[in-house]
Design a protein around this ligand. Structure first.
Ligand code: CP
Length: 310
């Protein structure tokens, strides 16, 4: 059997492999019906330690469209809660063709991978959200099919898992990414991802948010507070401090008035914080198309990871 390929982050994928996967995602999107039945008789296990709307729905609907079956596993209602992650993962991989997991800690995902004999997909951990970033770039490619490599993407927000995966994927594909990240905690930044982008010359930092958006073709923002802490009373003080610090970086009509950029957000949206409702609903928002594209991106990932795996 050929070596199992996983999607934990883009680190283990070459630039060429990422480009090939993106091209394939475009093909899957344009030829939706062609792939129906390609996963017939196969199951995807979806393990969630955190909440989700898009990741769960897009993987489950994607597997259904491919003719396969998806099994939702709530961490708290499974015996992952009680046992060793690699043992549970080893068992899981004996019954399903592929696993997607949204775990809190990246290290736990690596343990799950170590026990699994089938591909493991990262459905978002504390450090990376690779599936989201594939859908993001797919959205840009569909929006600017002729010159997407020349487009500038500006990410405004806290340096987080979404930012790390954007740094990685834009580096691999040669897209320029401007980071406006006033909050960038050391533990959230993946140095290897930054190194890859710096070697390619695809990443730069800008603290003048008005200047950054004036050059951008796509302005991308994300929550200022990790979703698992958003409603946590223990996190309220830090949440208030973050909101105060980040408010000048809100994506709103005033910020965007000197920019022609389209607006992106990976969702869930906290309207009135990182972005205003007006911008979400404006003509320049491609946010709902971006979310819709998770489906095609997820299908491409599943098909690609299982192409040589019987
Ligand atoms: N963007 C994203 O991953 O959405 P969910 O958290 O709802 O899955």
């Amino acid at each position: 059997m050929s070596q199992v390929k996983h999607l934990i982050s883009w680190k283990d994928w070459t630039d060429g492999e990422i480009q090939e996967l993106l091209d394939f995602a475009v093909y899957v999107k344009k030829n939706r019906v062609y792939f129906s039945g390609h996963m017939s008789g196969r199951s995807l296990a979806m393990l969630f330690q955190k909440t989700s709307t898009r990741t769960r729905v897009s993987f489950e609907a994607g597997m259904t469209e491919l003719g396969g079956h998806a099994i939702f596993l709530d961490w708290m209602a499974s015996n992952f809660l009680l046992s060793d992650i690699d043992f549970e993962g080893k068992y899981l991989s004996s019954n399903v063709a592929i696993i997607m997991a949204r775990l809190k800690k990246h290290e736990d995902l690596l343990v799950l991978k170590s026990g699994s004999t089938v591909p493991v997909i990262n459905g978002c951990c504390n450090l990376f959200h690779p599936c989201q970033s594939l859908a993001d770039i797919l959205t840009i490619v569909m929006d600017s099919p002729n010159d997407w490599k020349k487009k500038q993407v500006c990410y405004i927000g806290v340096h987080n898992n979404v930012a790390n995966s954007l740094v990685e994927i834009t580096a691999a594909l040669g897209i320029h990414l401007i980071l406006v990240t006033p909050i960038a905690a050391k533990e959230s930044i993946v140095a290897e991802a930054i190194d890859r982008a710096q070697k390619k010359g695809t990443v730069s930092w800008e603290m003048d948010v008005h200047k950054a958006v004036s050059h951008a073709d796509y302005v991308y923002t994300d929550t200022w507070v990790d979703m698992e802490f958003f409603n946590d009373p223990k996190y309220q003080k830090e949440k208030e401090e973050r909101i105060q610090m980040m408010m000048p970086y809100q994506v709103n009509a005033d910020l965007m008035k000197h920019s022609k950029a389209k607006v992106m957000h990976d969702m869930p949206i906290h309207a009135g914080y990182e972005i205003t409702r007006e911008m979400v609903e404006s003509d320049r928002s491609i946010i709902f198309t971006q979310a819709e594209n998770r489906l095609d991106a997820q299908k491409a990932v599943i098909l690609k990871l299982l192409e040589n795996h019987q």
